[in-house]
Design a protein around this ligand. Structure first.
Ligand SMILES: Nc1ncnc2c1ncn2[C@@H]1O[C@H](COP(=O)(O)OP(=O)(O)OP(=O)(O)O)[C@@H](O)[C@H]1O
Length: 248
């Protein structure tokens, strides 16, 4: 059997007396869309940041495709095929949609200066155009990203994360602040990308309707620990989960 694409073992992280993440272990397999949910303050962001090297855990290990990566910097993780999106948008507002996506594609090649001011190679422009078409943003290709709606900017943000051709992408609240029409489009495109490329997603999300219809499996955190794990249907019916949300 192949190694999980992501394996988290006994991760703990405290801030002073606050045990933000307590002994969390789970695996994510190639091609899964895993939702990570939990009430406010349950440790989701801290766990993400521990997986992604931004916040080295106090205890525990992280492996990507069987390779130990605990505490590894984001740039090195990128080279291992791991990408992420942030709650906050990371588009350059004054640059066009195309330029933003090209810059993201150049990220693993050269310095920030060469990325911003160097000539894009033709292959990269073609790849960026394909990505723009995939997300149905062709009509906005040459529009400054800052003049797009928030939901459209979120799509650009996700497209940027996909430009490095990652095998695993951690998405931090992709639905936050996005209107219903754009949300349906974002979900449909994420599912299509997963089906076409086999890319694995781990998604932190508060929007239950979005996460339950997007994900194949859900892990639920409360007070830093896993309280449930299962299919969306199992999680919806789980009394411990319902109590954790009502209690929160
Ligand atoms: N840098 C920090 N310093 C001190 N405490 C922190 C820090 N970051 C997080 N915490 C605390 O750790 C706990 C978990 O926070 P975390 O942000 O990981 O939860 P979350 O599930 O992502 O919450 P939300 O859904 O509101 O984003 C909370 O009690 C929070 O106040």
């Amino acid at each position: 059997m192949t190694a999980p694409i992501l394996s988290i073992r006994n991760i703990s992280k405290s801030f002073g007396g606050i045990h933000a993440v307590r002994d969390v272990s789970f695996d994510v397999h190639q091609g899964e869309i895993l939702g990570l949910i939990g009430p406010n303050g349950s440790g989701k962001s801290t766990l993400f940041n521990s997986i992604l090297g931004q916040l080295p855990p106090d205890n525990g290990t992280v492996e990507v495709k069987g390779t130990p990566v605990t505490g590894m910097r984001a740039s090195k993780l990128n080279r291992l095929g791991v990408g992420r999106t942030f709650q906050q948008l990371s588009v350059f507002p004054q640059m066009t949609v195309l330029e933003n996506i090209i810059v993201a594609g150049q990220e693993h090649k050269g310095t920030l200066t060469s990325r911003l001011f160097g000539p894009p190679d033709a292959g990269l422009t073609a790849a960026a155009d394909q990505m723009i078409e995939f997300f149905r943003l062709t009509h906005l290709r040459d529009t400054p990203a800052g003049s797009l709606s928030f939901g459209q900017q979120k799509l650009v943000d996700v497209a940027m994360a996909f430009m490095a051709g990652p095998d695993l992408v951690l998405l931090d609240e992709p639905a936050g602040g996005v209107n219903l029409t754009m949300l349906a489009h974002l979900k449909e495109r994420l599912i299509a990308y997963n089906a076409e490329h086999g890319t694995t997603f781990v998604v932190i999300e508060h929007n239950m309707e979005f996460v339950m219809s997007l994900c194949t499996r859900i892990v639920v955190l409360a007070e830093g620990a896993i309280i449930a794990e299962g299919t969306p249907a199992e999680i919806r019916a789980n009394q411990t989960v319902i109590d954790a949300y009502l209690g929160g």
